[in-house]
Design a binder for this molecule. Sequence first.
Ligand code: FES
Length: 78
Amino acid sequence: MTEIRVCIGTSCHLKGSYNVLQTFQQLIEEHRMHGKVDLRASFCMKNCNQPGVTVSLNGEKYNITAEKAYAFFKENLL
Ligand code: FES
């Protein structure tokens, strides 16, 4: 099971974490990946000073913008 956590702390929320979550959710639906991907929102991951929303993929942290969410998912999960 692939674990994805999207930070919804204040700073990431302001940088578009809701849109990142929405994009991931939509892609999981589209590709019927419910049994393979565990997507959850997370509190602050202590990475607020980075540009973009903090996302962790199997424990590794990344910072992505809402616009890059689709490409990130495609690159790492499809
Ligand atoms: S609010 Fe997202 S890393 Fe702190």
